[in-house]
Design a protein around this ligand. Structure first.
Ligand code: IMP
Ligand code: MG
Length: 413
């Protein structure tokens, strides 16, 4: 009964983003009052309704924007109690910049015509994209984007695929480097040897290598952080595989040095036994893969594991480790990789922080992490929110659009 309750609770609560759901709820009222389908289809009436709806949506967005400013100030002043936003949305975290939500709404409404819809209310995706735009505006209006970190699967290329030379994200990343910005690929894919990453990222790494416009120091502006926060590689013009491994003693953050090898082994042993128990219990068509800094369960013989089985496995292993003593001593990340489940030592907050430190101490308010996994349970980009601003994309083509939007925000025509 307890387990059932926990799983139900987790599925219901953690599969939703509370901030997005809350904003959706606020917009539902003007949608119902102004946008509902009318019986008579008169063009003039429709325009008035759309204009009313637009105005109401924009006002609500401004109110949310102000609540976020109040939340930031509450945090900065170290004020007692909770901010109003925290009371309304208990799971809300820290914002490193303002979010220009009203302007972002106007920008997205121009593209998606949200306020003109009469049958379909503002959706999760509408609000996710508005928040992304609001974050980009917050970054460029308050300071500078100095570092952009990217998740790999689903963000740069399709799940399990590779970054090939024809990928339209390549010229966008080259543009970032040319502008003197730094780039980190912060992926869960955990390999200790450079050729494996070259295999996954070849199109991009070759483009950097072959570029005659990037300066040598701009080429040094790209790094790869694998296994969430476990293996660091820097670009090397002279290497056949374009990357060289950077030994841990050259980049480990102070807190990471306290991660004991015995604890790492104990945590992975515990994760492995939980994964094995789940695989047996759910009769998964899968095998276990144990690595130096990770353990995972992956399908064999081209099988697919159902979403429910993947989520059950993540929640069981996450709960098992959270309840253990070693789980309180060591950060870890259990996540659903789409057709596999992995438990990694560390998480992307550490991966992003390492990138920030590697490039000389870049502030969270000048860092943007772009990823596809931002649900609070079973998702690995979620933790990056502790270390940087973030954008939540749903496909590689959205990443391309976002980078173009960033360019327009930096250099409005
Ligand atoms: P990401 O989306 O770039 O973070 O990559 C996640 C995917 O990398 C997972 O779904 C796995 O298929 C794969 N992967 C390979 N090795 C590892 C590992 O050591 N830990 C976690 N994921 C891994
Ligand atoms: Mg991903």
């Amino acid at each position: 009964m307890t387990t059932r309750y926990r799983v139900e609770y987790a599925l219901k609560t953690h599969r939703r983003d509370q901030l997005i759901e809350w904003i959706k709820g606020l917009l539902a009222v003007p949608f119902v009052l102004h946008s509902q389908p009318t019986v008579t289809y008169q063009a003039t009436g429709l325009q008035t309704a759309a204009a009313d709806t637009y105005q109401r949506y924009a006002e609500i967005m401004r109110d949310v924007e102000n609540l976020i400013i109040d939340h930031i100030q509450h945090h900065e002043r170290n004020a007692p109690g909770k901010s109003k936003l925290k009371l309304l949305v208990p799971s809300v975290g820290t914002f490193f910049t303002k979010l220009h939500i009203e302007d972002a709404f106007k920008y997205q409404d121009n593209r998606r015509f949200i306020s003109r819809r009469r049958f379909v209310a503002p959706s999760f995706n509408d609000i996710r994209l508005i928040l992304n735009s609001a974050q980009l505006l917050g970054l460029v209006r308050s300071s500078e984007v100095e570092l952009v970190t990217f998740d790999g699967d689903v963000t740069l290329y399709d799940d399990g695929a590779c970054l090939t030379a024809d990928n339209p994200v390549i010229p966008r990343i080259m543009r970032l480097l040319q502008q003197g910005r730094k780039v980190g690929i912060v992926t869960a894919a955990g390999y200790e040897d450079a050729p494996k990453y070259y295999g996954r990222l070849q199109g991009l790494l070759d483009a950097v290598h072959d570029s005659t416009t990037l300066t040598p120091s701009q080429k040094q502006g790209i790094i790869v952080m694998g296994g969430e926060s476990n293996f660091l590689f820097r670009f090397d013009q002279d290497s056949d595989v374009r990357l060289v491994y950077v030994p841990r003693d050259q980049w480990l953050l102070e807190d990471m040095q306290a991660w004991a090898e015995d604890d790492i082994k104990e945590l992975l042993d515990l994760a492995e036994s939980a994964l094995r128990a789940c695989a047996a219990n759910l009769d998964l068509p899968a095998a276990i893969l144990r690595k130096d800094r990770a353990v995972g369960v992956y399908p064999v013989n081209g099988a697919r594991i159902s979403r429910e089985q993947l989520e059950e496995t993540v929640l069981v292993v996450q709960n098992t480790i959270e309840r253990s003593i070693v789980g309180s001593r060591l950060p870890f990340c259990a996540f659903n990789g789409g057709n596999d489940v992995f438990v990694d030592i560390g998480d992307k907050s550490w991966g992003v922080r390492v990138c920030q430190q590697y490039f000389g101490g870049i502030d969270p308010s000048k860092t943007l992490h772009i990823g596809d996994q931002f649900l609070s349970a079973g998702a690995n980009d979620f933790k990056a929110r502790l270390a940087s601003t973030t954008a939540w994309i749903a496909s590689p083509s959205e990443t391309v659009d976002l980078l173009d939007e960033l360019e327009t925000a930096v250099n409005p025509s």
